[in-house]
Design a protein around this ligand. Sequence first.
Ligand SMILES: [Mg+2]
Length: 371
Amino acid sequence: MLVNCREVSHYDETPVLFRWVWRLESLELQPFYRRTRRYPPVKIPEVNFKEFTNRCVGTIVGFAIGDALGMPAEFLTRDQIRRYYGKTITDFLRAHQGHASDFLPSGSYTDDTQMMLATAECLIECQKMDAARQGDALLSWYLNTVPHRTPMRANMRACKHLSTGRAWTKSGVFSGGCGAAVRMPPIGLFFCQSPEILIKAALDDCIITHTEPRARAAAVAVAYLIARLAQATEKCSPGDQVLETADRVAHIDEDMAALLRWVTQITHLPPEEALFEIGCSADALEAIPAATYCFLKYPRQFHNAVLAAVNAGDAADSVGALTGSFVGALAGVEAIPQSLRRQVENADLLAAVGERLASLASSAGAQSMAS
Ligand SMILES: [Mg+2]
């Protein structure tokens, strides 16, 4: 356990022996990625409304575009992507025949964006986190949006529980997948001015489907990082914001915090090597660090970041979506190529959702309504 001598009260009255014990403990004799960095209390910088709106739209649109670019690469390896499509993915494609998403036109997103939009629309309607209503929104997706677009198993099981009448507090399953984390970007935007309320909202929303600690840590990590990026100024370093996010989730799952810290140390590696080491499956301990790496590698270059994510295959839709939303949150919608913005499914709806979230998050009453 780390003990900072300066924070121990009555330090001057402590016997000398104990002072040395505390000092030895404070030497932090642990691997660097296990250390807990101490940050000053969060100070929210001022970002003007136009820029903030630009970033909120970038978050939502970037998410859907990353999802749609990854859709044909989901479940595939790097080699299979080249074999089926003759090249690496550089634009929207239709999934190859026999793929679970082969019925979708190019530019279509998958279940990740559907659930993210359900979360956003529920926040906009309720203007607060109402977990019971969020559960209803997910149940409505489960019952009415068919065929489901390669849905995650944990989400399906939790929705099945909801459909049998279980309350949202009892519907979640013990899964460490990223299925809850991917619906967090709207929560990050909506509660960006109140980190403590944001964390509670993210956890409440997460347990509707996922109760495992790494899934909960992933949910908080995505919401918190989106909130910080959407309000970042020129002086903010994306790497520091990821480290701060790691600190925020360390008490929920230490492994998630350790992996987030680790990816800040390997951004010099080429994507192929780094993503091989991190893994790109739908496990929260792979998907969130993988997306964070791609974002840190190219923090303001949407195309490079998202293509690095989707060409690794596996959970390409989820990793691509998270990468796109991180870059969009920092660099704004203008960093996203216009051709992609035009061709993505429901482009107008995505932009409108981003704008509405921006206006609610900025309104003076939003944070009090949240509580
Ligand atoms: Mg999906």
